[in-house]
Structures are given as structure tokens and as C-alpha cells.
Design a protein. Structure first.
Lengths: 203, 352
């Protein structure tokens, strides 16, 4: 980590899940509340490990942070129509997997602005849709699919129960067949005889 | 692009849902049990659920943060084809057709159902709506026709009812009040056919609002003043009484103030107001002189009054500045009240 005079010029090293490191400016990093809480005051010796996320995702997230360094402070969700051309390009060039990875990373790093824009984008996908279209957009299982899944699970559970019962039955049989230790056998017989004698003497 | 919302972090899921309109949340809650639970996690708080019945279907409106949002609309049709999707609503399944509305409409989609499913639809939508929101919102019922009234039995726990039809038989209203005895407020946007009896249940309703209709106004101009309104003013025993666009009768409300001041009646009264139709300004002249009204001294009562929208959902909302209102006290050093009169309105508030 270098530390020039101006704090905005401070560069931090970020480590990704692949073990690769890359530079991010202090100003960009400060948009992450997670970073602010963890490293801003105590500083970071060596690369900061954000090793749950791959390099491509982290670079994408910090690309956004670097770009919005000079934007005014975040003040709640912004309507998608108000996004700049750069913002729109930023979102449009992501595929689905990258988009989800970015939301996850942004959520972990607690970058309010980016998380909110991502969520607004998803909300926008849902607007004006009917239930069937919504199911497709958010890939939720339909009621029928859930019913079918539940039936399969019930069948599986019933089969498992059957297997368990059979196993228990077999184990029981084996147990009775198995020879009991001699001492235990003697004791059991003695107990039985005592009970018989007592009942006899009571009569 | 499609994505699995349930794979998103919890906070992001909530953030997505928070950015959706109530109507979209409702649609989403119909997608699956999982999506319904997801909507429930938003923990939305609404003040009131309003079921509006017009004989040809049901509309559900939600009052939240003093705004009313239309959330769902179900329309009765002759038939739906077998190919139409079935929906699980409030635990019941029925065939429906989802119709996309033009962008100019407030709702993006409406649902169509057939007559044989109507009862299930009404019960289910009520049950479903209740489970979506936290706490227990007030249940309001708006009836736009007599046909709607006959179908309204399935809507339970109604505390506020709006009769929004041209004419309402007085006996029908009495019958309604006797079957639903826990009414907190009644709004009449209908012309009553006959004055109510002195022992009517309407007098025990806490909040009563009467909205004058155009037909009512024409009738009064042609046939003379209505006898229904003075009867209501005379017998009302609740807390809030409100008339809008009603032909005023200055003697009736002067009598009200007299009897309140003398502690003869209106022991629970907290608010009374009336507005006249635009073409008929109130000409009170010296009507207030007999009450020896006094200016507010800045001490004896608060400057403003705020009518809780949860309690008085049909009257003015927000804080009302009463600094210029004139004050009056009950005989024998009782409660204070304030009066304001303009060309088109008379307001009377009783201070605790």
C-alpha cells in the first residue's frame, strides 16, 4: 500500500478469490461501508482479502466505485431513467452471472448506491408484468412445479422410511439371534425364575 | 435476462421488493408460496384495506401513509376458457384470465373470474390480502349497488362502510347495521329514501359522513329541503359528523351548538363539519351572535387539531390551524370548542 499526501490518491491492494491482487483508490474504496468499518481507521497491511469474490467481479464493482467517486453523496434510489449513459452501459454489458455476482459483492461490501441501482434494475424487470411473466423473470418455481417437487420429496421420504423400517426389522431379528453374553443370560433367567417363584408363593 | 431472486442476498431481495409498487407486490405474491413469503418479509404496514364491490367484481385498495393505492381488481365475466391459468389465492384455487390493461389505467392487470367462483374469489382475496401485511389493518367496504350489498356477506370484520349508490332504502341501511353491529364509521354517498327512526343504530356509529349527490341536490331544489339531514344532526350520538356538498340548514346546526353548550346532547362529539355545494354559499348572517363567541387567547386550547386519519378516514387530513377560530364554552365551565365559518363550510371542534 502506498500512502501519498492526499488521501484520495491512496491506493489499496485488493486480493480476489484467485489470489490475484489489483489497485483500487482510497476514494473508491471508501464507498464501501464494509471497508470503512474494517480498514479505514486501522489501515491495512498488505492486500485486503475479498477472497469470496473473483477478480472480474471485484474489478467490475470497483470500476463503478471509481466512476462515481465525484458524484454527490448517495441520497436514496435513483430512477433507472435518470441513469447516465455510462451507468446504462455499465449494467448492459454484464451477463446474468456477472450481474448476480456484482449484487452479491456489492451487498457484502455494502456499497449502497450500486446495490440500490442493481435492485432497481431487477424491480424494473418486474414492472408491468403479469404473474406468469414474473415467474419467468425471477425464475421462481411455479405452484405446479412446487407441487410436483413436493410429491417427489414425499415419495422419496416414504421410500426412505420404508428402507429404514426394513433395516430396523432386520436389526431386531439379528439381535435376537445373536448370542447374549453368558452372564447376562444367567441374570435374565434368574430374574424370570424369581418372578415366577414370587407369583407362585403369593398364590 | 432472468435471474433467481431467491439466490440474491436477503437485503438485496428486500431492496428489490421495496422498489415495487403495492400492485406489483400483490402480483408477485401470487407467483408461488415462496414469493408470497418473500413479500411478507417486507413487513409492509398499511392502515386500511378497502374492498370495493360494484356488483360486477371486486377491487382492493390499500391505504398506506395517508395515500390510497389500488392493488387488485377482479372482474366477473360470463366465461373463462379451459386454457386459462388457474391461480392459488388465499389457499383456494380457481380459473382466471389475466387481462393486461392499457398503460393509462392505474392497474396494469385485472383478473377475470366466473360467477360460480365468485364467493371463493371474495373470500380468498380477503384472506390473501390480510396475510400480506403486518398487524391487522382496518377493513373497509365500499358498496356501489344493491347487488353488491347482497354479495358483501363474505367480507368479514368490516368496521367502516361506504354506501356509494344513487338511492339507499332506509330499511336496507337499518338491516345492514343490525347484521354488522361493530361499525365504527358509515359514509353515505347515497340519498336515503326516508328519515331514520329515533332509535336507529346509525346514531351510535362513532363517525358518520354524508356526501350530497347531484340527484339529491336537484331533488331538494325541486321538492324542498330534505328532512333526512336535520334528522341526522338532531339524533347523532357519535364523535365525528361530517357533511359534504349538502344543502345546509342553518337552524339545524345552530340547534346542535345550543344543545352541546347546554350539555343536553352530543356528549361524545369531537368534530362536526359541513360544506355546501359550490353554487350555494352559506349565508349565516348573525347566526353566531347568540353564542357570544370569544377569540382564542393562546392558552385555553391548542393552536392546531390533527384528525387521526386512522380514526377519521373521511375527513380532513393533516394538521388544521385553529388559531383564527372562535371559541365557545359549555355552560357551567365545561369543555371548550372552536368554530370556523366560511362561505362554504362550517367546522366545529371540541377540545379534550
Amino acid at each position: 500500500m502506498t500512502s501519498p499526501a492526499s488521501s484520495s490518491e491512496v491506493k489499496y491492494l485488493i486480493e480476489s478469490s484467485e489470489g490475484n491482487t489489483f489497485d483500487v483508490s482510497g476514494a473508491a474504496l471508501r464507498q464501501s461501508n464494509t471497508f470503512n468499518a474494517m480498514f479505514l481507521n486501522i489501515g491495512a497491511d498488505g492486500p485486503i482479502p475479498f477472497t469470496d469474490y473473483n477478480e472480474a467481479t471485484l474489478k467490475k464493482v470497483f470500476e463503478y466505485c471509481e466512476h462515481s467517486v465525484n458524484e454527490e453523496n448517495y441520497s436514496g434510489p435513483k430512477h433507472q431513467d435518470d441513469l447516465s449513459k455510462w451507468d446504462l452501459n455499465f449494467f448492459n454489458e454484464m451477463d446474468q452471472k456477472m450481474f448476480i455476482d456484482v449484487i452479491n459483492a456489492s451487498n457484502f461490501l455494502d456499497i449502497e448506491r450500486l446495490t440500490s441501482y442493481c435492485c432497481e434494475r431487477i424491480a424494473r424487470m418486474l414492472r408491468g408484468k403479469n404473474t406468469q411473466e414474473m415467474i419467468k423473470v425471477i425464475t421462481l418455481p411455479t405452484a405446479e412445479e412446487l407441487e410436483a417437487k413436493q410429491k417427489v420429496e414425499e415419495k422419496k421420504a416414504a421410500a426412505a422410511k420404508k428402507v429404514a423400517e426394513k433395516a430396523a426389522e432386520t436389526a431386531e431379528k439379528t439381535e435376537t439371534l445373536e448370542e447374549l453374553p453368558v452372564q447376562q443370560l444367567v441374570q435374565t433367567t434368574r430374574n424370570k425364575l424369581t418372578r415366577k417363584y414370587l407369583s407362585f408363593s403369593n398364590e | 435476462m432472468s435471474l433467481s431472486i431467491i439466490k440474491l442476498p436477503y437485503l438485496a431481495q428486500i431492496e428489490v421488493l421495496k422498489q415495487l409498487e403495492l400492485q406489483e407486490l400483490f402480483l408477485m405474491s401470487l407467483c408461488s408460496e415462496k414469493s408470497k413469503k418473500l413479500v411478507q418479509t417486507v413487513n409492509l404496514k398499511v392502515e386500511a384495506l378497502k374492498f370495493s364491490l360494484n356488483g360486477e367484481g371486486i377491487q382492493v385498495l390499500v391505504e398506506s401513509n395517508e395515500h390510497v393505492h389500488c392493488v387488485a381488481s377482479m372482474k366477473l365475466v360470463q366465461s373463462v376458457s379451459r386454457d386459462d391459468t388457474s391461480i392459488k389465492l388465499g389457499g383456494s384455487k380457481f380459473q382466471y384470465r389475466c387481462i393486461e390493461e392499457p398503460p393509462t389505467n392505474y392497474l396494469s392487470h385485472t383478473f377475470q373470474y366466473i360467477q360460480s367462483d365468485e364467493k371463493i374469489v371474495f373470500e380468498s382475496i380477503q384472506h390473501h390480502m390480510r396475510t400480506l401485511f403486518r398487524d391487522t389493518p382496518q377493513v373497509q367496504l365500499e358498496l356501489s349497488s344493491i347487488a353488491a350489498l347482497s354479495k358483501a356477506d363474505v367480507i368479514k370484520d368490516v368496521t367502516d362502510t361506504i354506501f356509494s349508490m344513487e338511492t339507499l332504502e332506509t330499511s336496507v341501511l337499518e338491516n345492514y347495521l343490525s347484521t354488522r353491529q361493530d361499525q365504527q364509521s358509515i359514509q353515505l354517498k347515497a340519498r336515503l329514501t326516508w328519515p331514520l327512526a329515533g332509535n336507529s343504530r346509525l346514531w351510535h356509529v362513532k363517525r358518520l359522513a354524508v356526501h350530497g349527490t347531484f340527484a339529491d341536490l336537484v331533488n331538494q331544489i325541486l321538492l324542498g329541503p330534505s328532512v333526512v339531514i336535520p334528522g341526522i344532526i338532531r339524533n347523532f350520538g357519535g364523535e365525528h359528523l361530517c357533511f359534504t356538498d349538502v344543502m345546509y340548514n342553518i337552524d339545524s346546526w345552530r340547534q346542535l351548538i345550543r344543545r352541546w353548550r347546554a350539555k343536553e346532547a352530543y356528549h361524545d362529539l369531537r368534530w362536526f363539519s359541513t360544506t355546501s355545494p359550490a353554487a350555494l354559499p352559506i349565508i349565516a348572517g348573525t347566526a353566531l351572535d347568540e353564542f357570544n363567541l370569544v377569540r382564542w387567547d393562546g392558552i385555553r386550547r391548542p393552536r392546531t387539531v390533527k384528525l387521526d386519519s386512522k380514526i377519521v378516514n373521511f375527513i380532513m387530513k393533516g394538521e388544521i390551524d385553529c388559531s383564527s377560530w372562535m371559541d365557545i364554552q359549555q355552560d357551567g365551565g365545561g369543555k371548550w370548542a372552536s368554530i370556523k365559518m366560511t362561505d362554504h363550510s362550517i367546522c366545529f371542534v371540541v377540545w379534550d
